[in-house]
Design a protein around this ligand. Structure first.
Ligand code: FDA
Length: 304
Protein backbone atom coordinates (compact mmCIF):
# COMPACT_ATOMS: atom_id res chain seq x y z
CA UNK A 1 0.00 0.00 0.00
CA UNK A 2 2.80 2.38 0.99
CA UNK A 3 4.69 1.65 -2.24
CA UNK A 4 1.50 2.27 -4.23
CA UNK A 5 1.04 5.67 -2.58
CA UNK A 6 4.68 6.57 -3.16
CA UNK A 7 4.39 5.74 -6.86
CA UNK A 8 1.15 7.66 -7.15
CA UNK A 9 2.64 10.83 -5.58
CA UNK A 10 5.77 10.55 -7.72
CA UNK A 11 3.63 10.26 -10.86
CA UNK A 12 1.31 13.11 -9.86
CA UNK A 13 4.30 15.35 -9.15
CA UNK A 14 5.50 14.78 -12.72
CA UNK A 15 2.11 15.33 -14.33
CA UNK A 16 1.94 18.61 -16.23
CA UNK A 17 -1.86 18.81 -16.13
CA UNK A 18 -2.00 18.21 -12.36
CA UNK A 19 0.68 20.89 -11.87
CA UNK A 20 -1.20 23.33 -14.13
CA UNK A 21 -4.46 22.76 -12.28
CA UNK A 22 -2.81 23.17 -8.88
CA UNK A 23 -1.18 26.43 -9.99
CA UNK A 24 -4.59 27.81 -10.94
CA UNK A 25 -6.10 27.14 -7.53
CA UNK A 26 -3.22 28.31 -5.33
CA UNK A 27 -1.65 26.71 -2.26
CA UNK A 28 -4.12 24.01 -1.16
CA UNK A 29 -4.46 20.67 0.62
CA UNK A 30 -2.14 21.67 3.44
CA UNK A 31 0.77 22.46 1.10
CA UNK A 32 1.35 25.65 3.13
CA UNK A 33 2.96 23.45 5.79
CA UNK A 34 5.80 22.70 3.35
CA UNK A 35 5.76 25.75 1.04
CA UNK A 36 6.32 29.23 2.49
CA UNK A 37 4.01 31.07 0.09
CA UNK A 38 3.58 32.05 -3.52
CA UNK A 39 5.43 35.39 -3.52
CA UNK A 40 8.96 36.60 -2.71
CA UNK A 41 7.50 38.82 0.01
CA UNK A 42 5.89 35.83 1.77
CA UNK A 43 9.12 33.84 1.50
CA UNK A 44 11.18 36.64 3.04
CA UNK A 45 8.66 36.88 5.91
CA UNK A 46 9.04 33.13 6.52
CA UNK A 47 12.85 33.41 6.56
CA UNK A 48 12.69 36.33 8.92
CA UNK A 49 10.68 34.19 11.39
CA UNK A 50 13.28 31.41 11.17
CA UNK A 51 16.11 33.92 11.68
CA UNK A 52 14.40 35.16 14.84
CA UNK A 53 15.30 31.92 16.66
CA UNK A 54 18.72 31.54 15.08
CA UNK A 55 18.00 29.35 12.07
CA UNK A 56 19.31 30.46 8.67
CA UNK A 57 17.68 29.56 5.37
CA UNK A 58 18.09 28.70 1.73
CA UNK A 59 15.31 30.03 -0.48
CA UNK A 60 14.11 28.02 -3.45
CA UNK A 61 11.91 29.59 -6.09
CA UNK A 62 9.89 26.60 -7.25
CA UNK A 63 9.75 26.17 -11.00
CA UNK A 64 8.92 23.02 -12.89
CA UNK A 65 8.23 22.28 -16.57
CA UNK A 66 10.32 24.90 -18.32
CA UNK A 67 10.16 24.32 -22.08
CA UNK A 68 11.15 27.62 -23.68
CA UNK A 69 14.05 30.06 -23.49
CA UNK A 70 11.64 32.75 -22.33
CA UNK A 71 10.39 30.59 -19.42
CA UNK A 72 13.97 29.76 -18.43
CA UNK A 73 14.94 33.45 -18.51
CA UNK A 74 11.88 34.31 -16.42
CA UNK A 75 12.87 31.70 -13.88
CA UNK A 76 16.44 33.09 -13.72
CA UNK A 77 14.95 36.59 -13.25
CA UNK A 78 12.98 35.29 -10.26
CA UNK A 79 16.18 33.92 -8.72
CA UNK A 80 17.87 37.28 -9.24
CA UNK A 81 14.93 39.13 -7.69
CA UNK A 82 15.06 36.73 -4.76
CA UNK A 83 18.78 37.43 -4.25
CA UNK A 84 18.02 41.18 -4.37
CA UNK A 85 15.20 40.74 -1.84
CA UNK A 86 17.47 38.78 0.51
CA UNK A 87 20.04 41.57 0.30
CA UNK A 88 17.61 44.45 0.75
CA UNK A 89 15.70 42.81 3.62
CA UNK A 90 18.89 41.74 5.42
CA UNK A 91 17.59 38.23 6.17
CA UNK A 92 20.10 35.39 6.61
CA UNK A 93 19.56 33.20 3.58
CA UNK A 94 21.26 31.90 0.49
CA UNK A 95 19.54 30.33 -2.54
CA UNK A 96 18.93 26.87 -3.91
CA UNK A 97 17.79 26.19 -7.45
CA UNK A 98 17.03 23.45 -9.94
CA UNK A 99 18.82 23.73 -13.26
CA UNK A 100 15.90 22.26 -15.22
CA UNK A 101 14.03 25.45 -14.29
CA UNK A 102 16.85 27.40 -15.98
CA UNK A 103 16.55 25.57 -19.28
CA UNK A 104 18.75 22.50 -18.74
CA UNK A 105 16.37 20.37 -20.83
CA UNK A 106 16.52 22.89 -23.69
CA UNK A 107 20.29 23.21 -23.86
CA UNK A 108 23.29 23.05 -21.57
CA UNK A 109 24.53 26.41 -22.93
CA UNK A 110 21.25 28.16 -22.10
CA UNK A 111 21.34 26.80 -18.59
CA UNK A 112 24.99 27.80 -18.07
CA UNK A 113 24.30 31.32 -19.28
CA UNK A 114 21.35 31.68 -16.87
CA UNK A 115 23.48 30.25 -14.07
CA UNK A 116 26.22 32.81 -14.80
CA UNK A 117 23.70 35.66 -14.53
CA UNK A 118 22.49 34.35 -11.18
CA UNK A 119 25.95 33.65 -9.78
CA UNK A 120 27.22 37.08 -10.77
CA UNK A 121 24.30 38.70 -8.93
CA UNK A 122 24.87 36.45 -5.90
CA UNK A 123 28.54 37.43 -5.93
CA UNK A 124 27.60 41.09 -6.03
CA UNK A 125 25.57 40.52 -2.85
CA UNK A 126 28.26 38.30 -1.33
CA UNK A 127 25.83 35.40 -1.35
CA UNK A 128 25.93 31.71 -2.23
CA UNK A 129 23.90 29.51 -4.60
CA UNK A 130 23.36 25.77 -4.23
CA UNK A 131 22.45 23.59 -7.22
CA UNK A 132 19.85 20.99 -6.18
CA UNK A 133 20.36 17.54 -7.65
CA UNK A 134 17.46 16.22 -9.69
CA UNK A 135 16.81 12.75 -11.11
CA UNK A 136 19.55 10.44 -12.41
CA UNK A 137 19.03 11.51 -16.02
CA UNK A 138 20.33 14.99 -15.04
CA UNK A 139 23.11 13.89 -12.71
CA UNK A 140 26.14 13.80 -15.03
CA UNK A 141 25.28 17.01 -16.88
CA UNK A 142 24.63 18.80 -13.56
CA UNK A 143 28.06 17.78 -12.30
CA UNK A 144 29.66 18.84 -15.61
CA UNK A 145 28.05 22.27 -15.34
CA UNK A 146 29.05 22.57 -11.70
CA UNK A 147 32.71 21.84 -12.61
CA UNK A 148 32.59 24.43 -15.37
CA UNK A 149 31.07 27.11 -13.13
CA UNK A 150 33.36 26.28 -10.21
CA UNK A 151 36.37 27.38 -12.33
CA UNK A 152 34.83 30.88 -12.39
CA UNK A 153 32.87 31.10 -9.15
CA UNK A 154 33.59 30.22 -5.54
CA UNK A 155 30.04 30.97 -4.39
CA UNK A 156 28.43 27.85 -5.86
CA UNK A 157 27.78 24.41 -4.36
CA UNK A 158 25.90 21.30 -5.42
CA UNK A 159 24.01 18.34 -3.94
CA UNK A 160 25.11 14.70 -3.91
CA UNK A 161 22.63 11.85 -3.35
CA UNK A 162 23.63 8.88 -1.20
CA UNK A 163 21.26 6.45 -2.97
CA UNK A 164 23.35 6.43 -6.16
CA UNK A 165 26.07 3.81 -6.62
CA UNK A 166 28.32 6.39 -8.29
CA UNK A 167 28.33 8.73 -5.31
CA UNK A 168 31.49 7.67 -3.46
CA UNK A 169 33.50 8.18 -6.66
CA UNK A 170 31.83 11.58 -7.26
CA UNK A 171 32.80 12.73 -3.78
CA UNK A 172 36.39 11.60 -4.40
CA UNK A 173 36.47 13.44 -7.76
CA UNK A 174 34.94 16.62 -6.33
CA UNK A 175 37.61 16.79 -3.64
CA UNK A 176 40.03 18.51 -6.04
CA UNK A 177 37.50 21.38 -6.35
CA UNK A 178 37.15 21.68 -2.58
CA UNK A 179 33.44 21.48 -3.31
CA UNK A 180 30.89 22.77 -0.84
CA UNK A 181 28.39 19.90 -0.89
CA UNK A 182 24.95 19.24 0.50
CA UNK A 183 24.67 15.50 1.16
CA UNK A 184 21.20 13.93 1.02
CA UNK A 185 19.65 10.47 0.77
CA UNK A 186 17.91 11.25 -2.56
CA UNK A 187 14.29 12.02 -3.34
CA UNK A 188 13.57 10.57 -6.80
CA UNK A 189 12.43 7.13 -7.90
CA UNK A 190 15.51 5.54 -9.44
CA UNK A 191 16.20 2.18 -11.06
CA UNK A 192 17.99 -0.53 -9.03
CA UNK A 193 20.59 -0.44 -11.79
CA UNK A 194 21.84 2.94 -10.58
CA UNK A 195 20.65 3.28 -6.99
CA UNK A 196 20.51 1.23 -3.77
CA UNK A 197 16.96 -0.16 -3.54
CA UNK A 198 17.22 -0.75 0.24
CA UNK A 199 16.88 2.16 2.65
CA UNK A 200 19.44 0.69 5.05
CA UNK A 201 22.09 0.75 2.30
CA UNK A 202 21.26 4.37 1.48
CA UNK A 203 21.56 5.29 5.18
CA UNK A 204 24.95 3.56 5.44
CA UNK A 205 26.20 5.24 2.27
CA UNK A 206 25.11 8.65 3.54
CA UNK A 207 27.18 8.08 6.69
CA UNK A 208 30.14 6.97 4.55
CA UNK A 209 30.08 10.06 2.34
CA UNK A 210 29.56 12.46 5.27
CA UNK A 211 32.74 11.03 6.78
CA UNK A 212 34.59 11.06 3.46
CA UNK A 213 33.78 14.69 2.65
CA UNK A 214 34.29 16.06 6.16
CA UNK A 215 37.59 14.26 6.66
CA UNK A 216 38.74 15.57 3.28
CA UNK A 217 38.42 18.97 4.97
CA UNK A 218 35.52 20.24 2.86
CA UNK A 219 32.50 22.26 3.96
CA UNK A 220 29.61 19.84 4.34
CA UNK A 221 25.88 20.40 4.63
CA UNK A 222 24.25 17.33 6.17
CA UNK A 223 20.67 17.52 4.93
CA UNK A 224 18.56 14.97 6.74
CA UNK A 225 15.82 14.71 9.35
CA UNK A 226 17.06 11.29 10.37
CA UNK A 227 18.23 11.46 13.99
CA UNK A 228 20.57 8.49 13.45
CA UNK A 229 22.37 10.47 10.71
CA UNK A 230 22.45 13.63 12.81
CA UNK A 231 23.81 11.78 15.85
CA UNK A 232 26.38 10.05 13.67
CA UNK A 233 27.58 13.46 12.38
CA UNK A 234 27.72 14.92 15.90
CA UNK A 235 29.86 12.01 17.12
CA UNK A 236 32.10 12.13 14.03
CA UNK A 237 32.88 15.85 14.32
CA UNK A 238 33.55 15.46 18.01
CA UNK A 239 35.88 12.50 17.48
CA UNK A 240 37.87 14.34 14.79
CA UNK A 241 37.78 17.79 16.36
CA UNK A 242 35.96 19.33 13.40
CA UNK A 243 34.85 22.88 14.20
CA UNK A 244 31.18 23.87 14.05
CA UNK A 245 31.85 26.36 11.24
CA UNK A 246 33.01 23.54 8.91
CA UNK A 247 29.56 21.99 8.52
CA UNK A 248 25.86 22.65 8.94
CA UNK A 249 22.65 20.70 9.30
CA UNK A 250 19.88 21.34 6.81
CA UNK A 251 16.21 20.43 6.98
CA UNK A 252 13.10 21.18 4.99
CA UNK A 253 10.60 23.91 5.86
CA UNK A 254 7.81 22.50 8.01
CA UNK A 255 9.54 19.20 8.80
CA UNK A 256 10.94 18.26 12.24
CA UNK A 257 10.68 21.82 13.58
CA UNK A 258 11.48 20.75 17.15
CA UNK A 259 14.67 19.05 16.04
CA UNK A 260 15.68 22.13 14.03
CA UNK A 261 15.24 24.31 17.12
CA UNK A 262 16.98 21.84 19.42
CA UNK A 263 20.08 21.69 17.20
CA UNK A 264 20.17 25.50 17.00
CA UNK A 265 20.01 25.69 20.78
CA UNK A 266 22.90 23.22 20.98
CA UNK A 267 24.95 25.70 18.94
CA UNK A 268 24.88 23.95 15.55
CA UNK A 269 24.23 25.88 12.39
CA UNK A 270 20.82 24.87 11.04
CA UNK A 271 19.71 25.93 7.58
CA UNK A 272 16.09 25.51 6.57
CA UNK A 273 15.23 24.92 2.92
CA UNK A 274 12.36 27.32 2.22
CA UNK A 275 10.54 26.74 -1.07
CA UNK A 276 8.07 29.26 -2.45
CA UNK A 277 6.29 30.06 -5.69
CA UNK A 278 3.20 29.23 -7.68
CA UNK A 279 4.74 25.96 -8.93
CA UNK A 280 4.35 24.29 -5.54
CA UNK A 281 2.61 21.08 -6.58
CA UNK A 282 5.57 18.93 -7.76
CA UNK A 283 7.58 19.77 -4.63
CA UNK A 284 4.57 19.00 -2.42
CA UNK A 285 4.04 15.62 -4.11
CA UNK A 286 7.73 14.68 -3.57
CA UNK A 287 7.35 15.40 0.15
CA UNK A 288 4.24 13.17 0.28
CA UNK A 289 6.02 10.41 -1.64
CA UNK A 290 8.82 10.50 0.94
CA UNK A 291 6.38 9.97 3.74
CA UNK A 292 2.94 8.70 2.80
CA UNK A 293 1.93 9.15 6.48
CA UNK A 294 1.60 12.83 5.52
CA UNK A 295 -1.49 11.85 3.57
CA UNK A 296 -3.60 12.01 6.74
CA UNK A 297 -2.43 15.53 7.17
CA UNK A 298 -3.48 16.30 3.58
CA UNK A 299 -6.88 14.65 3.97
CA UNK A 300 -7.58 16.73 7.08
CA UNK A 301 -6.74 19.90 5.16
CA UNK A 302 -8.73 19.03 2.04
CA UNK A 303 -11.94 20.02 3.70
CA UNK A 304 -10.68 23.20 5.37
P1 FDA B 1 14.27 9.62 6.15
O1 FDA B 1 13.49 9.60 4.89
O2 FDA B 1 14.81 8.33 6.68
O3 FDA B 1 13.41 10.34 7.26
C1 FDA B 1 13.82 10.41 8.61
C2 FDA B 1 12.69 11.03 9.41
O4 FDA B 1 12.50 12.38 8.98
C3 FDA B 1 11.33 10.38 9.19
O5 FDA B 1 11.16 9.26 10.02
C4 FDA B 1 10.40 11.52 9.51
O6 FDA B 1 10.29 11.67 10.91
C5 FDA B 1 11.13 12.72 8.95
N1 FDA B 1 10.73 13.02 7.55
C6 FDA B 1 11.46 12.81 6.45
N2 FDA B 1 10.80 13.23 5.34
C7 FDA B 1 9.62 13.71 5.79
C8 FDA B 1 8.49 14.29 5.13
N3 FDA B 1 8.44 14.46 3.82
N4 FDA B 1 7.45 14.67 5.90
C9 FDA B 1 7.47 14.52 7.25
N5 FDA B 1 8.52 13.99 7.91
C10 FDA B 1 9.57 13.59 7.20
N6 FDA B 1 16.85 15.28 -2.50
C11 FDA B 1 17.33 15.26 -3.77
O7 FDA B 1 17.21 14.24 -4.45
N7 FDA B 1 17.92 16.37 -4.29
C12 FDA B 1 18.10 17.51 -3.56
O8 FDA B 1 18.65 18.49 -4.07
C13 FDA B 1 17.60 17.54 -2.22
N8 FDA B 1 17.73 18.66 -1.45
C14 FDA B 1 17.37 18.59 -0.12
C15 FDA B 1 17.60 19.69 0.72
C16 FDA B 1 17.34 19.59 2.08
C17 FDA B 1 17.64 20.75 2.97
C18 FDA B 1 16.82 18.38 2.62
C19 FDA B 1 16.56 18.22 4.09
C20 FDA B 1 16.53 17.33 1.79
C21 FDA B 1 16.78 17.42 0.41
N9 FDA B 1 16.49 16.37 -0.43
C22 FDA B 1 16.97 16.38 -1.73
C23 FDA B 1 15.58 15.28 0.00
C24 FDA B 1 16.33 14.07 0.54
O9 FDA B 1 16.97 13.41 -0.51
C25 FDA B 1 15.36 13.09 1.25
O10 FDA B 1 14.43 12.64 0.31
C26 FDA B 1 14.62 13.68 2.43
O11 FDA B 1 15.44 14.53 3.17
C27 FDA B 1 14.13 12.58 3.37
O12 FDA B 1 15.19 11.85 3.87
P2 FDA B 1 15.78 11.98 5.36
O13 FDA B 1 17.26 12.08 5.23
O14 FDA B 1 15.13 13.09 6.08
O15 FDA B 1 15.54 10.59 6.03
Amino acid sequence: MEMMLRNMFQALGKSRSANRLAKKYGLRFGAARFVAGETIKQSIEAVSKLNADGRVATLDHLGEFVFSEAEAAESADMCIQTLDAIASSGVQSNMSLKMTSLGLDISKELCVSNMRRILNRAKMHNNFVRIDMEDYAHCQVSLDIYRELRQEFDNVGIVIQAYLFRTEQDIADLNELKANLRLVKGAYKESPEVAFPEKKDVDENLKRIIKQHLLNGNYTAVASHDEAIINYTKALVQEHGIAKDRFEFQMLYGICEDLQKQLTEEGYKVRVYVPYGVDWFGYFMRRLAERPANVWFVLKNMFK
